[in-house]
Design a protein around this ligand. Structure first.
Ligand code: PA5
Length: 442
């Protein structure tokens, strides 16, 4: 196996043996067949399975060129989108950085007046560009943010110049955003028809903001594509993504209904947010599904650590372990050792963090929390591209093993119907009266 990530299950033997995992081979073969012959539920949404086909080289070049043009014409790129339309980009940019990462602001993920007021005042005096991302083109949160920010940009730069500083990533043909983009002459990118939001990070949805940050999008994509090749086997002995998928299902069947993804790297916070959306929206339906939770260690060891160590034993844990490639930073010696920390003097900070990880994993295992680790030799385009694909493939198979459609999200519509009725959206008039009665409001 040559993908630059490893699944370490060496401490899981008490809860799940490799033999138990391998005994699921026939189920996995069945699900693998459904995925690769596009014959299972949600088969219209499998464009992500082949990253290279999803993103032809010419389109990747166009993304790089537009990113460079927007970067040259702005101080800040405001990326507007919600859910799958922003989490992947944010996760990659925060994890890897890139020379221009601090020039990116994410908006459109809430309807807070306070947030938007603050954002507008923070942008004062800056030259802004906008990447509005919405597959449907009608999602309320990004639509509100876009209207506010578009007005702001048009006021500052004039309508014509503003149009050149806006890129819209949306459906190829339909939706309000597509119509607006065509009418105003914005640069446009397509969210492929056969790719859902949470599987779209390696499409233009994620790649344009990632390229603006100065991250090597070709390397990211190349690594994901290599990983896709490696993970084309259904053999559980050769496919760690499938092994992980089976592991989760086995633990779920043993009463562990919650998976916690834990990392000791603050810059992975949004990777865990992306992962939660990926697995939560893919698996949580029909009254089943593993609940995906996440923690940032060591911070959360001082809060959620108590629950994890001694709370209800319904959890299992997956760590993301970054082995190396971290900055050289040594804890200094002090003559009087007033803080009693000289026992650490001369050690690398990363070394101490790694011991914190090993200690935590052991303590949690001893407390009845089965755990395994996704191990990355370092954090860069190559390892991250592979890990994103690894999780996508694992999620698809895990969903099929759970017997749900991992590519739809009917549940996210429920609140929208009520909200539109309350807000009096045209077409929801009947529901408005009815819902007001239910809420006992006038
Ligand atoms: O994964 C998904 O499909 C969702 O999270 C969507 O990405 C999210 O609801 C935003 O939708 P849209 O891109 O249509 O604005």
């Amino acid at each position: 196996m040559s993908i630059p990530i490893k699944l370490d299950t060496s401490y899981l033997a008490q809860e799940v043996t490799p033999e138990e995992v391998y005994s699921w081979q026939a189920h996995v073969d069945f699900c693998h067949e459904m995925l690769h012959t596009r014959s299972g539920a949600g088969s219209d949404f499998l464009g992500w399975v082949e990253p290279k086909i999803m993103m032809p080289a010419a389109e990747v070049d166009r993304i790089s060129q537009v990113a460079a043009r927007l970067r040259a014409g702005s101080d800040v790129l405001v990326v507007i989108g919600i859910g799958g339309s922003y989490l992947g980009a944010r996760a990659v940019i925060e994890a890897i950085g890139g020379p221009d990462k601090d020039r990116i602001i994410f908006a459109g993920q809430n309807i807070s007046a306070h947030y938007h007021k603050e954002l507008l005042s923070k942008l004062e005096g800056k030259r802004i560009a906008i990447n509005i991302i919405s597959k449907s083109g009608t999602t309320t949160e990004p639509a509100i943010a876009f209207r506010l920010l578009r007005n702001y940009l048009e006021e500052k730069a004039g309508k014509e110049k503003a149009a050149k500083l806006i890129a819209a990533t949306t459906d190829a043909k339909k939706g309000a955003l597509r119509n607006l983009a065509v009418e105003q002459g914005y640069e446009t990118f397509v969210v492929p028809d056969d790719v859902g939001g949470r599987y779209s990070v390696l499409s233009a949805v994620g790649l344009l903001p990632i390229a603006y940050a100065g991250i090597d999008i070709k390397a990211l994509l190349e690594s994901a594509a290599k990983c896709a090749e490696e993970l084309k086997t259904a053999d559980l002995k050769a496919n760690p993504a499938y092994y992980y998928a089976v592991l989760r299902n086995l633990l779920y069947n043993k009463g562990k209904g919650i998976e916690i993804l834990a990392s000791f790297e603050p810059r992975l916070h949004y990777i865990t947010e992306w992962w939660k959306q990926l697995f939560g929206e893919s698996e949580g339906k029909e009254n089943i599904g593993i609940f995906p939770a996440s923690v940032d260690f060591t911070t959360d060891l001082h809060s959620m650590g108590q629950w994890i160590q001694e709370g209800r034993r319904s959890i299992f844990e997956t760590f993301i372990d970054i082995e190396g490639g971290e900055p050289d930073l040594i804890i200094p010696n002090e003559l009087n050792d007033a803080d009693g920390l000289n026992y650490l003097a001369g050690k690398q900070v990363h070394e101490v963090n790694q011991e914190a990880y090993r200690a935590t994993a052991l303590a949690h295992r001893e407390g009845g929390v089965p755990n395994s680790s996704i191990v990355l030799p370092k954090l860069d385009e190559e390892t991250l591209g592979a890990m994103l694909y690894f999780f996508e493939k694992a999620c698809a198979i895990s969903g099929y093993l759970l017997r749900v459609n991992p590519f739809n999200q009917p549940g996210v519509e429920a609140y929208k119907g009520h909200m539109f009725a309350l807000l009096g959206k045209p077409g929801f008039e009947k529901q408005t009266e009815e819902i007001k009665k239910r809420l006992q409001i006038g």
